[in-house]
Design a protein around this ligand. Structure first.
Ligand SMILES: [Zn+2]
Length: 249
């Protein structure tokens, strides 16, 4: 069956001298693996070879869900060209793509998540190299990661203690985040949870009011990102490959 869709390439591997195997995150079909025959030839049918974050309208042929789809058309939109000039932004986007690839299943559509990811790439691509570029990029990355968790059904509970249900307030003397509990844990409950990290009230306040993330300082954003990397490491049972390029020591 020939299917038309809008897609972002989230992984591209060389398959032969002239062909590639690519993973697309598509708007209507979800994630698919496809072979792009002849994509590396100078005059390919796909507007040139495919790279991570190549984006546009695709047509693919899918005989069974077990086999690789065959890419037949790809009209590439102008790419996210500024990412190449901003290594931290590029790494954040690659990290986002890695998480997206690991947390979604093939042929499981998430149109809202597709829009979130596209917006994340566009906004990150628009950040220019100013004094606050890495801070602004972290804001976008954190918001994308939270949207991703929500869309795949793993939204963490950040407004109350997961265990005793006490509502979070900035008067909590201590705040913890536990990955296995999937949310905040208060001081009275923390002893029952072995996997947890302590967090500052500033970070917990931020996570309780996502609008305030945009104004958070870089130290708080790094703390939140560290918590998210710990959480993704627990979910995936291994550290995400790109995490070491994101976390500041
Ligand atoms: Zn509690």
């Amino acid at each position: 069956m020939l299917t038309k869709d809008t897609a972002i390439c989230i992984r591209a591997l060389d398959y032969s001298e002239t062909s590639q195997i690519v993973t697309f995150f598509t708007k209507a079909t979800g994630k698919i693996d496809a072979i792009a025959k002849g994509s590396k030839r100078p005059k390919s049918a796909f507007d040139g070879s495919l790279e991570v974050f190549s984006y546009g309208k695709i047509v693919f042929y899918d005989s069974t869900k077990e086999k690789l789809a065959i890419l037949t058309e790809f009209q590439q939109q102008p790419g996210f060209t500024h990412l190449a000039n901003n290594l931290f932004a590029l790494n954040c986007c690659l990290f986002g793509a890695e998480l997206l690839n690991n947390l979604t299943n093939e042929h499981d559509p998430h149109p809202q998540l597709f829009d979130n990811f596209l917006q994340f790439l566009q906004n990150t691509n628009e950040i220019r190299d100013t004094l606050h570029a890495s801070r602004d990029t972290l804001v976008l990355l954190i918001l994308f990661q939270l949207a991703l968790l929500k869309e795949v059904g793993l939204q963490p509970i950040l407004n109350a203690c997961v265990n005793c249900k006490t509502r979070y307030g900035s008067n909590w003397p201590e705040v913890y985040f536990s990955s296995s509990a999937n949310g905040l844990i208060c001081r009275d409950c923390e002893a029952s949870f072995t996997d947890k990290i302590r967090m500052t009230q500033t970070a917990a306040n931020c996570l309780n009011n996502l609008k305030s993330i945009a104004d958070a300082d870089e130290k708080t954003l790094n703390e939140i990102e560290k918590i998210l990397v710990y959480h993704f490491t627990e979910i995936l049972h291994r550290p995400p490959k790109m995490a070491k390029y994101i976390l500041k020591p």
